[in-house]
Design a protein around this ligand. Sequence first.
Ligand SMILES: [Zn+2]
Length: 266
Amino acid sequence: MLDGLRPVSANPCPCKICGSPAPLFGVVDFHQTCVGIRGVQFRLSGVPIYYRRCDNCSFLFTDAFDAWTVEQFKTHIYNEEYKLVDPDYSDFRARGNAGAVVRLWGPLRRETRVLDFGGGNDTLCAVLREAGFAAAVTYDPMVPQHAGRPDGKFDLVTSFETFEHLPDPLAGIRSIVELTADPGLVFFSTLLQPADFNQQRLHWWYVGPRNGHVSLFSRQALVLAWERYGYRVASLGDNFHFAFRSLPHYLAHLESSAAAPQSRAA
Ligand SMILES: [Zn+2]
């Protein structure tokens, strides 16, 4: 059984991103996963997990786990069976993302200090260190070897497939902002709600409490979240995004094509 779940309220709660009312939106079984036919489907747990969606920014979230400690997340979600519901977690995805970073930043590697936030087992940073980056440090509160907060600021902060796991996404963004140099760049991924989300609702494959997917962004929610810290967001499609306060000198030529936060949020 799951201990410590927050009891559901039928009343709207404040949106975790913008504070507007977020009424209940739908409910799925705790064992709903994101892997479909690629992995194991657990049998129904009998534990309902309610999601809310913000009336203003369309952020979709559950507050069911908001009182959990890191230990409770490790016991019930990030446990031995987690790799069954996220088969790419340990290695494959990290190497693919590392390859993208090397391609994009390779020429600047000697002067680029990288922090990987939510970087799990350090695979990504190991590839970057081997490729000659000035520094590549993993910071992941869920992994004991990498749970210590690093010192200093980083030119490039990466965070792949992390934001959807954060019960308090603004706190996560605040941590990232505190660790990012200015100018500096955050390169991250989280899948945004698709155009037909209102038809798919909680059947959308990315909704999966057993995968720890508790915070699911609309584009507006993502822009508003970063705007709180004075950051702008530019996206490559629906999954990969950049956030920055002022662009590093080598990207300054892109400044005019990145819209100001107010106009993007409109
Ligand atoms: Zn909102």
